[in-house]
Ligand binder design. Structure first.
Ligand SMILES: Nc1ncnc2c1ncn2[C@@H]1O[C@H](COP(=O)(O)OP(=O)(O)OP(=O)(O)O)[C@@H](O)[C@H]1O
Length: 484
């Protein structure tokens, strides 16, 4: 079937040993094995193949509905799985996707070592059992493409990344993933942003405008910070979930909506329900599949790998990148509580890459708050580095020393940058701030763009470009209505 449908050469093996042998001297891209091949030998085979050739992508066939089998397979290193009995269309899709993934790996391996481990699960890094478990659940959840998903987790734990992974692994992957942050848009504008509006719905609505639900048709709508949505809008959203239809602002004709809704919040929605701030019926509708992302302090074994990933990112393009983190630095970071989670860690590595480029980071180089809990031997020479930009041994905290000697960095300006670390990343903050400035100016000038540009000390064309680029036009129509 694969030969015919995908046109790729296929080797068959009756036993694991035979499969392993076929790796010798052959350019194999993909392994497809039964989990029980026979007994649990499929798992051993996946591991052995990975050891022999880490570029081979493994797909394991598991009994339909067995979560345990899926988790076992993923833990062994399989990237995809197929349910048994196997649907042929599904097998073709999974095989094609695995081959694409393999090509991607090969391409990236050429660009740098160790990239594979730091590629993570659709970019989400995590080797801890908690994250591995989460990845397994995401795959299962993504599969049906219909059920509503509620992602809960502290700020900076990667909720948006998880939402994207749910979309990417779902049958809806070919259509749009449309994010909307319910906390970032003023309440009275959120409705038209979400549902769109019809021509003449309010002054300034010179033409109809689609809302995000319609942009997401066939795909996934990601409602971030759903806990901040006001009750009136919650009722309208509930209708989309229950009846799969809605009316745009000012419209009477219902529009059908085929979207999967993935919602996220850092709030405890059950508490919000108890306090009467969030509709109970909507809460139950949303939380058909709840996904809880563990905070970083509960999966400290991921810290080293995340650091390696962020070093790759922030060393890129620099002549002198960070050489690595010394054992005492890593020990200190593992004792820290990470209130800002992965985002905070990412910001720290970025900051060190800028301020401490070209050196090995020791505990003494860390901003004070990260050293707070660490009581290591301050006066002793720095221990051997546990992380280097180019190598990180799997699941271990000891690595070969890197050549560059430890360096001392100038003290870091803690106060100035610390506030930023627990917040969103720099670009998001700046972009949100810009949006607000523009909207404020336009509100003050009643929607007059020329006057707003003057108020902001911008050229009119620059303002118009920004409005277009940031897709603020639908919000502007509401500004006009407010003036009215
Ligand atoms: N497991 C992870 N692997 C790699 N990067 C991660 C991971 N988790 C979070 N990040 C990074 O941390 C930052 C925050 O991620 P994201 O926006 O998905 O978090 P969030 O939980 O949605 O945050 P918030 O609640 O504040 O919106 C992003 O830059 C993302 O790339």
């Amino acid at each position: 079937m694969l030969r015919k449908e995908i046109g790729c050469p296929v080797l068959e093996a009756d036993a694991p040993e035979e499969a392993l042998e076929s790796l010798d001297g052959q350019d194999i891209s993909l392994l497809i094995t039964d989990l029980y091949a026979p007994k649990d030998l499929g798992i051993d085979l996946v591991k052995a193949v990975l050891r022999k050739n880490p570029e081979v992508v493994s797909v394991v066939m598991v009994p339909a509905g067995s979560r345990e089998a899926v988790v076992k397979s993923l833990q062994a290193g399989a990237l995809f799985y197929l349910n048994k009995p196997t649907d042929l269309d599904e097998a073709i899709i999974v095989t094609a996707r695995s081959l694409e993934h393999h090509d991607l790996l090969i391409h990236k391996e050429k660009r740098g070592p160790k990239i594979r481990k730091t590629e993570g699960f659709h970019g989400i890094i995590g080797q801890s059992p908690k994250m591995q478990k989460l990845f397994g659940i995401i795959e299962r959840v993504a599969e049906d493409g219909e059920s509503t998903v509620l992602i809960q987790g502290e700020s900076g734990t990667g909720k948006e990344m998880v939402a994207k992974a749910v979309h990417a692994f779902s049958p809806r992957a070919g259509k749009n993933f449309v994010p909307l942050n319910c906390a970032a848009i003023p309440d009275d504008l959120l409705e038209s942003e979400l549902f769109g509006y019809v021509k003449g719905a309010f002054t300034g609505a010179n033409q109809s405008k689609q809302g995000r639900i319609q942009y997401a048709e066939g795909g996934t709508l990601f409602l971030d910070e759903i806990g901040d949505m006001k009750p009136a809008l919650q009722a309208k959203l509930l209708r989309v979930l229950q009846e799969k239809e809605f009316e745009p602002v000012g419209g009477l004709k219902p529009i059908r909506a085929d979207v999967r809704i993935v919602a996220a919040t850092h709030r405890n929605l059950e508490d919000s329900v108890k306090k009467g701030l969030f509709r109970e019926d909507l809460y139950y509708r949303l939380s058909v599949v709840p996904l809880q992302i563990p905070p970083l302090r509960e999966r400290k074994e991921d810290i080293a790998l995340l650091i390696e990933k962020f070093m790759q990112v922030y060393n890129r393009g620099r002549k002198h990148g960070l050489a690595g983190f010394a054992g005492d630095a890593l020990a200190a970071l593992q004792q820290y509580a990470w209130p800002g989670n992965v985002r905070e860690l990412e910001n720290l590595v970025q900051r060190l890459a800028i301020l401490h480029a070209d050196g090995l980071v020791t505990a003494a180089d860390l901003p004070e708050k990260y050293r707070g809990e660490y009581e290591g031997p301050a006066a002793e020479p720095a221990p051997a580095p546990v992380l280097s930009a180019s190598s990180l041994p799997p699941q271990t905290s000891v690595a070969p020393p890197v050549a560059s000697p430890p360096q001392t960095a100038p003290p870091l300006p803690d106060e100035e940058l610390a506030a930023l670390e627990q917040q969103a990343d720099f670009n998001t903050l700046v972009s949100d701030f810009e949006d607000r400035l523009i909207l404020q100016a336009l509100t003050r000038t009643g929607g007059n763009k020329k006057e707003a540009a003057e108020l902001l000390n911008l050229k009119r064309t620059t303002l118009l470009e920004k409005i277009k680029k940031k897709q603020l036009d639908s919000l502007l129509a509401r500004v006009a209505r407010k003036k009215e």
